[in-house]
Ligand binder design. Structure first.
Ligand code: BGC
Length: 371
């Protein structure tokens, strides 16, 4: 049924598709679906801008991508059992990956008082990692990750709180500093404003903050590609609530973890915990995957911005055969819809690399990089 609808949808003109995506998003909001409270009405999407050809060229050259997750996005590097190692960067390149998304918890490494200066030792560490990756030849998507307080989440052990009143000003200031610091790097370095805005970051609040932050970044980086994703944890179905700032050097991003009961079975951070034993991918599960990715594609067609699939993956509690099926299907569907993709993640609990054996897990790696 979903596939049938999706096929008919593909035949509609761009304008009608844009309207449909917008209307569907508003319907979800009205139903209390994936987006914030009704007191925060959603702005109509801006569809008059589109990405410059340079951004499309970049999106086509990004190649297979891998998230270096649970490393610099932990409260302190190493807290979650992994640090970035030169040998990981080399191994990822040798295996055929050409993009690394580098999640970084900047919020835990900047002063709580104006001008919110980023800790020098931490900035040096991130700089040396970014430069190693660029020197290896990678595209690097450098982001802001896990700013728990901004979303209104419980903070992690090792995080520190700042006054709520300065959260947004501090966010913008941190990005302004990152912008100036990395301004001379090549076009292969992309900035991604924020991982999975959600909770207190309603669509209107996030749209305004993204616009203000981008203006600051543009002072030092006139044409660097900046990646922006929608709220509801970068849900493709929230793209209709994302207002892309009037700027041609932007790329959108979504994360896709459907079927969620499969990808997140057994994880500790979903309550109540999802039972293990769910397999993948029956026809209904496959339809969910096609529909979500095609939805992103229609949004891309309607707005003229490439969409990066910045995260997808399945937790290690799922059985290997199902993880392989899922990984191959998502990867193939994203590629068929000309979305560059970045697997979540390298060597932690969704990982394709075994950090004890220092080797790639062959089945998952084949599912990502094979035919
Ligand atoms: C989070 C990870 C989490 C993953 C899957 C990412 O955005 O940063 O901590 O494992 O999503 O839920």
């Amino acid at each position: 049924m979903t596939i049938h609808l999706a096929k008919n949808f593909a035949n509609l003109s761009l304008l009608w598709r844009a309207w449909f995506v917008f209307a569907l998003g508003n319907l979800l909001v009205a139903c209390g679906g994936s987006e914030g409270p009704s007191s925060d009405p959603v702005q109509p999407p801006v569809i008059i801008n589109k990405a410059a050809e340079k951004v499309w060229d970049l999106s086509r050259s990004m190649g297979p991508g891998i998230n270096f997750g649970n490393m610099l996005d932990a409260p302190n590097e190493g807290d979650w059992g992994l640090t970035v190692k030169q040998e990981y960067i080399q191994a990822a390149w040798a295996q055929g990956f050409r993009t690394i998304r580098l999640p970084v918890r900047w919020s835990n490494h900047a002063s709580g008082a104006y001008p919110y200066t980023i800790d020098g030792a931490f900035l040096n560490r991130v700089t040396s990692v970014v430069d190693q990756m660029l020197a290896q030849g990678f595209h690097v998507v450098l982001n802001m990750h896990h700013h728990r307080q901004l979303d209104g989440d419980t903070i992690d052990l090792g995080d520190f709180l700042v006054p709520d009143a300065i959260l947004e000003e501090r966010f913008v200031s941190i990005w302004s500093q990152i912008g100036h610091h990395f301004a001379s790097r090549s076009d292969k370095l992309l900035f991604e404003l924020y991982n999975e805005p959600h909770g207190l970051l309603t669509a209107n609040r996030w749209n305004a903050l993204a616009d203000t932050t981008l203006k600051q970044i543009r002072i030092s980086n006139k044409e660097r590609v900046v990646v922006i994703g929608p709220t509801s944890f970068n849900d493709p179905y929230a793209l209709s609530t994302l207002v892309m700032p009037a700027d041609p050097y932007l790329m959108a991003t979504v994360h896709f973890y459907q079927p969620f009961a499969f990808t997140h079975q057994g994880v500790s951070w979903v309550t109540p915990q999802l039972p293990v034993g769910t397999t993948c991918c029956d026809p209904e599960q496959s339809s969910t995957i096609f529909a979500g990715i095609q939805h992103s594609r229609y949004w891309s067609d309607a707005t003229g911005y490439p969409v990066l699939l910045g995260e997808f993956g399945a937790y290690s509690a799922a059985d290997t055969a199902s993880r392989v099926n899922y990984t191959r299907l998502v990867r193939q569907t994203a590629t068929a819809n000309r979305m560059p993709w970045v697997y979540w993640e390298f060597a932690s609990d969704f990982g394709i690399y075994d950090p004890v054996a220092n080797a790639f897990r062959p089945e998952l790696t084949q599912a990502l990089l094979g035919n």
